[in-house]
Write a protein that binds this ligand. Sequence first.
Ligand code: 6PG
Length: 480
Amino acid sequence: MPTANIAVVGLAVMGSNLARNLASREGNTVAVYNRTTQKTDDLIAAHPEAEFVKAATMQELADSLQKPRTAIIMVKAGRPTDAVIDELVSVFEPGDIIVDGGNALFTDTIRREAAVRETGIHFVGCGISGGEEGALNGPSLMPGGTAESYETLGPILERIAAVAEGEPCVTHVGTDGAGHFVKMVHNGIEYADMQLIAEAYDLIRRGTGKSPAEIADIFDAWNGGELESYLIEITAEVLRQVDAETGTPLVDVILDAAGAKGTGAWTVQTALDLGVPVSGIAEAVFARSLSSRLAQREAATDLPGPSDAWTVADPEAFVEDVRKALFASKIIAYSQGFDEIVAAAEEHGWEIQKGEVARIWRAGCIIRARFLNDITSAYAENPDLPALLLAPYFRDALGQTQEAWRRVVVAAAQAGIPAPAFSSSLSYYDGLRADRLPAALVQGQRDFFGAHTYRRVDKDGTFHTQWSGDRTEVEAVDTH
Ligand code: 6PG
């Protein structure tokens, strides 16, 4: 007699926590399956209150589920996910729902959704953000897939999601791979956010000589204002942590080589294909790559730097400038991330509500922040903003912070301190607002060596100068 209304396949920490979250909600009976049955037995034994339904095989899993059978896969992205999908397809029927809750590349999800749809089964790629704690107590959830599958899945996810301003942080993001795509952009913004915070810390530490614990106090103070966010909050915790072995700040004994599982790189690769500048996110990804090139860095340590030692005349004023530069650069990173969402929605035929995306990022996910309320409001006021940063609130914020932002970028450059996310974000801002860009010269260069033609500001058409001849300009005939 099928008694479960939802199943979780894959019981590592994230899967186990998600299963426990599901089981804790009124009306759910959760079936659980793991390739290694011992893991299933251990979870059931550790949490009798969850009243899990054990499935030792995929057939048992299918038999335990009420229709439409719904199973959430929580295994490693890539081949392991494909293997589990194949197993579920073999025991599920048309109308059933397979959900991939991993960090899959959205193009894999598009492929999988098309393949599984052939069987009449729904396939949903669902971004789940918030780490292990979020999976247990309330993540932000970004499901794609069909509207029909959301009719069954939505109410289940709404009961386990984090809640912001009384609303569950879940929405049907869009069809096929839209959910995993938006999760990917979430991670790209996460990279930028983390890099910007790291640059702020580095500049204050090296500019003022304050200790990690003193800088933690600064971040705590910032967390009381417009920068309030999970990442600012945990940064203070990390900076306060003292290494038990050495008695020194933990941040000083951690090897300064950042890892990455790949979602930030995917965000940048996708943006490059879409032609969307995501410079803040890209610099964050590259900063992790540079930090990990330890041999090259070792060989480069004696490269000449600034001749003068760096002193900050007014540390408190400098700290306030850094706070403003951080807020301004954060606006750029989010604006670029939403630009990528707009471009991809157009490319893939998704109807993604940007306000809804901001709304469900207000709690549960890693980039949760007070600031997301302002983004939600900005898109509620004007869903068709040409760019998020052009919303009145953000335009004003940039106006009030741009001078401080410039001072910080100048100080970093003169002090020889790398601030790639701060400085690239400022260049992006200045590029966007410039009335003329040196791209005109680039077009001239391209036409000179490749006859790639150019357009003019004063008349329609495309033109080519006969550089190797009499240098007269001719109207280019469209040869395509
Ligand atoms: C989340 C996180 C998570 C992230 C891992 C690894 O939303 O819960 O973004 O999905 O992938 O924490 O991130 P890295 O790419 O930095 O290794």
